[in-house]
Design a protein around this ligand. Structure first.
Ligand SMILES: Nc1ncnc2c1ncn2[C@@H]1O[C@H](COP(=O)(O)OP(=O)(O)OP(=O)(O)O)[C@@H](O)[C@H]1O
Ligand SMILES: [Mg+2]
Length: 147
């Protein structure tokens, strides 16, 4: 049975500056497990994509100067597993399977390329996406660090 050795919860407004905030905090949090440079880069990148999605998509249409919230919760386990859950109370995704397909985007043409979920999937050891229209989205990723 794996056991939790550390955990954290964080709430950040969905402002673009907080993409970097989230990345830095995750780096600091996993430092205890001494990840390789590559593992750290993978995690930072995956977290970045999930947080960016909350910032760009979840709360689109909110009046300027108002932000929704991003909820991040992370855990370290004694088997060197790291889990990060990133959720929002935003617009939700109509068809998660379609949204996860490479190149699917509802973003502005030329600005987004629809690769975020693919990056999260390829840089981690497991990705689950749950979403309800009008309620929000939860992305759970798992990474197992080398011994
Ligand atoms: N948190 C979210 N809330 C609402 N919709 C989302 C959320 N995350 C993703 N989506 C939807 O899923 C689509 C695919 O997301 P993905 O991250 O793969 O690509 P993208 O954000 O459009 O482009 P890229 O990440 O390459 O800049 C988005 O275009 C958006 O429609
Ligand atoms: Mg994206």
């Amino acid at each position: 049975m794996k056991r939790i050795i550390n955990e954290m919860k964080l709430r950040l407004p969905a402002r673009s500056v907080n993409e970097a905030t989230a990345r830095s905090i995750i780096s600091a949090f996993v430092a205890e497990l001494s990840p390789t440079v590559e593992e750290l880069g993978d995690l930072r990148c995956a977290v970045s994509e999930a947080v960016t999605n909350c910032i760009v998509h979840a709360y689109r249409g909110l009046p300027e100067g108002q932000w929704g919230q991003i909820y991040i919760s992370a855990r370290l386990y004694d088997n060197r597993e790291v889990t990060v859950e990133i959720s929002d109370n935003g617009c939700g995704i109509e068809d998660v399977q379609a949204a996860r397909a490479p190149s699917f985007t509802t973003g502005e043409l030329g600005e987004r390329c629809g690769m975020g979920f693919l990056v999260m999937e390829s840089f981690t050891d497991g990705l689950s996406v749950k979403s309800k229209l009008g309620r929000g989205t939860t992305v759970l990723m798992r990474k197992i660090l080398k011994p």
